[in-house]
Design a protein. Structure first.
Ligand code: SAH
Length: 369
């Protein structure tokens, strides 16, 4: 007898879960019940679902499972940042980070094992690309984060209020699974993350941005990192395919589709001598005209295989001032969790590289103006 693979309920959206119960000849409200057990009460064992009959629980266990990621390492930073390393099927591992800040808890989630985009300043890219994460593997990260707060009442306290798709991988190159996972995050019977507090970050996969509004109304961040195509082509190679103007036009299209007035976040990693000069800031002020946005400056976080360095505090503030004078709300991302290697671009996991890309680094002087 061949063994039929069990369906993992962790990654199912409400409509897919309702379909699953319909296929079993059950009522749709079962979907809400099971989603609450799994996502709000952290239950992965059908036998604990007390409002579901024994017969149905047995049936569920026969055809489905709630398979959560295996945490192989957990660390809490001195500033409260939590980091998990989770082992995925196939042997690679991914990293997830939770950054608490007052009443807010921001979870940084990965969408792929490794990344194919090979941005010159990102350590994830240096590991090459292995595979897409399933919707269950993406949701599994928020499940683990919430579950780590064992002592709370999940119906009152929400350790995760915000989610940013800014971990490993390019979310728009894993479109269907990421859309399903975001859908579950926003579901009131799961994590109730609001559309304003769920941010998809992309390096600029233009065709996917163009169709995005058919699937979600979450917030969006663009990893821009350069004010002109010549420089961006080198830092973010996907720019060679989808240049800045096309990217910003697609972004505007998405923002216009939203029912509220929302701004995009423009992420700009500042690298000393590469993209941090006053003329870059002035050019950025011009290029962003007509795009409703705020700018988030990320001082480059060094990692071993990179020659880049982070600009001085003065250079960062000088850059920020030019943007502020140009009319943009501009924040500097504080480095959180760097004592546990949980800062941006330090999320590397351990990728079994399938692409075998040889490391490519752009020498610093090439960009120095
Ligand atoms: N692929 C998506 C999601 C990853 S987001 C995207 O590019 O938006 C990760 C963010 O951290 C991106 O803005 C990325 O450019 C930034 N980042 C990557 N490496 C970094 C580093 N070494 N220092 C600072 N920021 C970095």
């Amino acid at each position: 007898m061949s063994t039929v693979e069990k369906i993992n309920l962790l990654g199912l959206t409400r409509s897919k879960m309702e379909q699953f119960f319909a296929d079993l000849g059950e009522k749709p409200f079962r979907a809400k019940q099971v989603m609450q057990w799994v996502h709000q009460f952290g239950v992965s064992d059908f036998d604990l679902m007390t409002n579901i009959s024994k017969t149905l629980r047995t049936k569920l266990a026969e055809v489905s499972e709630i398979k959560v990621p295996e945490v192989i390492y957990q660390d809490i930073s001195s500033d409260g940042t939590r980091k998990w390393v989770m082992k995925m099927d196939g042997g690679s591992s991914i990293e997830t980070v939770l950054i608490p800040d007052g009443n807010r808890g921001t979870l940084c989630i990965s969408s792929q094992i490794g990344c194919a985009l090979d941005c010159s300043f990102c350590s994830t890219g240096k590991q090459g690309f292995n595979r897409n994460l399933s919707a269950a593997e993406i949701i599994g990260q928020i499940w683990v984060a919430v579950k780590s707060f064992e002592d709370i009442d999940p119906t009152k306290d929400r350790p995760v209020t915000n989610v940013v798709m800014m971990g490993m991988g390019e979310p728009l190159l894993n479109f269907d699974n990421v859309m399903d996972a975001m859908n579950v995050m926003m579901d009131d019977f799961a994590y109730s993350i609001s559309k304003r507090r769920l941010t998809l970050s992309t390096a600029g996969v233009v065709p996917a941005i163009k169709k995005l509004s058919q699937f979600t109304d979450a917030s969006i961040a663009i990893s821009l990192h350069a004010p002109n195509d010549e420089l961006r082509d080198q830092l973010v190679p996907v720019n060679q395919k989808y240049p800045i103007r096309e990217l910003l036009d697609a972004l505007n299209g998405y923002l216009e589709s939203l029912s509220d007035k929302r701004k995009a976040t423009i992420e700009y990693t500042l690298i000393a001598g590469v993209n941090d000069q006053p003329e870059h800031a002035r050019e950025l002020v011009e290029v962003l005209k007509g795009v409703p946005c705020k700018v988030n400056l990320i001082p480059f976080n060094p990692f071993p295989q990179s020659d880049y360095t982070k600009p001085s505090g003065n250079a960062i503030h000088r850059f920020q001032n030019i943007l502020v004078e140009g009319g943009y709300v501009t924040t500097i991302r504080s480095t959180r969790g760097d004592d546990i290697d949980a800062a941006c671009g330090q999320l590397v996991g351990k990728v079994e590289d399938r692409t075998r890309r040889s490391a490519k680094y752009i020498p610093l002087k090439q960009h120095t103006s």
